[in-house]
Design a protein around this ligand. Structure first.
Ligand code: GDP
Ligand code: MN
Length: 380
C-alpha cells in the first residue's frame, strides 16, 4: 500500500524525522485558511499516488493566503499521469540550499534492508544511478545484526558529505528512518529531496512510503490511511468482498482460479485478438458464494460484453465449480454470455453438469484457446 506524501510525513514525524509544518486541504478556501494559520510563504502540493508532481505543475509556491487559494484552484482537479488531484498538502515553505536523497528499501536479492544516499537529490534516483552511479552510496543492513551507527557513518562518508553539522543530523535521521522502516513494516521509505536549509538544518521535504500489505493487520492506524476513492469503483467493491481484481480496459470479463492461470488467460485473449476487461482470481474455492461475488465485481464494469470463466481443477474439483456456477446463475440475472472452460480434476463430470442444466447464454468449451475464441467472438 502506497501512502500519500502527507501520510508518509506523519509517520516520519512519529519517529522523530524532521519535516515542515503543514495542513491538509481539499478546497481552495481550506488552502487559504491553512496558509493563514501557517503564516508567510507556503507551498501548495498535490497529493497523488505518483511521483514527479513538481514537473507536472502539481507543486507551487504561494506568497500569501490569497495566492495559496489561487494556486489551490489551479492544482485541484489536475490530472497527473492519470491521477486526479483531490487533496492538497499546504506546507510552510522551506528555503533550500542543497537537495539530497535518502531512502531505505527492501533488497529482495540480498534479503536485507538497503539504504541509498546521494547529494544529487531532487531528481529521479534512477537518473542518478544511470548517469552518475559513483555519487550513489549504498549500504545493506543485516536484519539479525540490526542497524549500527557506524554503518550510517560509512554511508554518509560514502556519499561525500563532509560538513560536521550535516553529518550529525544525518546520523540521527538515518537511525530514525531505519526504525521507521522496520517498525512500520515498510517496503520503501524515500526522502527526495532531503534538504539542507541555508542555516544548515536537514529536513525531509517529500516522502514516498510503501507499507507491506501483508503486515497491515499489525498497523490498523496505517491501514485506515487507505484512500478508497483513489481506486476504480470496481476495485473498491472487490476489496470489500475480498476478491482479487484489477480493472483493465477491454470488454471480455475474465474469471479464473489461480493468479498464474488468470495471467495466461489474459495472454490467450490477446492472442486471439480480444481485449480483457479485467484480471480476476477466484482463488482456491469455486463455491457459489465466491462465484457470485466475483461475477458481481466483474459486472460492475459496463464495458464487459462477454465473460470467460477459465478453470483448471486441481484440489478444487471442476464438478464443484460447475455447481457453483449454476447456483450463481440461479441467484443473479446476467445479460452477457458466459463461456466456461473446465479442465483438470473431474472436468468430464463438470462439463456434464453444465450440459445437463444447459442454462441460456452459457457455452462450454474444452480448451483454453477455444474458450478464448468463443468469448472474444461473443464480445463483438
Ligand atoms: P515530486 O516532484 O513529486 O517529487 O515533489 P517534491 O515534494 O519532491 O517537490 C518537487 C520540488 O519542488 C522539490 O525538489 C523542490 O525543488 C520544490 N519544492 C518543494 N517544496 C518546496 C519548498 O518548501 N520550498 C522550495 N523553495 N521549493 C520546494
Ligand atoms: Mn520528490
Amino acid at each position: 500500500m502506497d501512502l500519500y506524501e502527507y501520510q508518509g510525513k506523519e509517520l516520519f514525524r512519529r519517529f522523530g524525522i524532521p519535516t515542515s509544518e503543514g495542513r491538509l486541504a481539499t478546497t481552495p478556501a481550506e488552502a487559504r485558511a491553512a496558509a493563514e494559520e501557517l503564516g508567510g510563504q507556503v507551498v501548495v502540493k498535490a497529493q497523488v499516488l505518483t511521483g514527479g508532481r513538481g514537473k507536472a505543475g502539481g507543486i507551487k509556491l504561494a506568497d500569501d493566503p490569497a495566492d495559496a487559494e489561487r494556486k489551490a484552484q489551479e492544482i485541484l482537479g489536475l490530472d497527473i499521469r492519470g491521477h486526479v488531484v483531490r487533496k492538497l498538502w499546504i506546507e510552510r515553505a522551506s528555503e533550500i540550499a542543497k537537495e539530497y536523497y535518502l531512502s531505505v528499501t527492501f533488497d529482495r536479492g540480498a534479503k536485507q534492508a538497503l539504504f541509498m544516499l546521494t547529494t544529487e537529490g531532487g531528481v529521479e534516483i534512477e537518473e542518478v544511478a544511470e548517469t552518475n552511479p559513483d555519487a550513489l552510496a549504498r549500504l545493506h543492513v543485516d536484519p539479525l545484526e540490526g542497524y549500527q551507527p557506524y554503518q550510517a557513518r560509512r554511508l554518509i562518508y560514502g556519499a561525500g558529505i563532509d560538513d560536521p553539522g550535516e553529518q550529525k543530523q544525518l546520523l540521527d535521521i538515518i537511525g530514525k528512518l531505519y526504525r521507521c522502516f522496520v517498525e512500520s513494516d515498510a517496503l520503501l521509505c524515500e526522502i527526495n529531496p532531503l534538504i539542507v536549509t541555508p542555516e544548515g538544518e536537514v529536513r525531509a521535504l517529500d516522502s514516498k512510503f510503501t507499507v507491506d500489505d501483508n503486515a497491515l493487520f499489525k498497523h490498523p492506524d496505517v491501514a485506515e490511511m487507505r484512500d478508497l476513492e483513489a481506486y476504480p469503483p470496481e476495485e473498491r467493491a472487490a476489496r470489500e468482498k475480498g476478491v482479487t481484481y484489477v480493472k483493465l480496459d477491454g470488454d471480455v470479463g475474465i474469471l479464473g482460479n489461480g493468479a498464474g492461470l488468470v495471467m495466461s488467460t489474459l495472454d490467450v485473449i490477446a492472442l486471439v485478438g480480444g481485449r480483457p476487461a479485467n484480471f480476476c482470481d477466484l482463488g482456491g474455492g469455486g463455491d457459489a458464494e465466491g462465484v457470485v461475488e466475483a461475477l458481481e465485481v466483474i459486472l460492475q464494469d459496463p464495458q464487459v460484453k462477454s465473460i470467460f470463466f477459465n478453470i483448471f481443477g486441481g484440489i478444487t474439483r471442476c464438478d464443484e465449480v460447475a455447481r457453483g456456477i449454476l447456483a450463481a446463475l440461479e441467484r443473479m440475472t446476467i445479460a452477457q454470455p458466459i463461456v466456461v472452460r473446465l479442465d483438470g480434476t473431474n472436468a468430464e463430470e463438470g462439463r456434464k453438469v453444465l450440459a445437463d442444466a444447459a442454462p441460456e447464454g452459457l457455452y462450454v468449451e474444452a480448451t483454453m484457446l477455444d474458450g478464448a475464441r468463443k468469448a472474444v467472438e461473443l464480445a463483438k
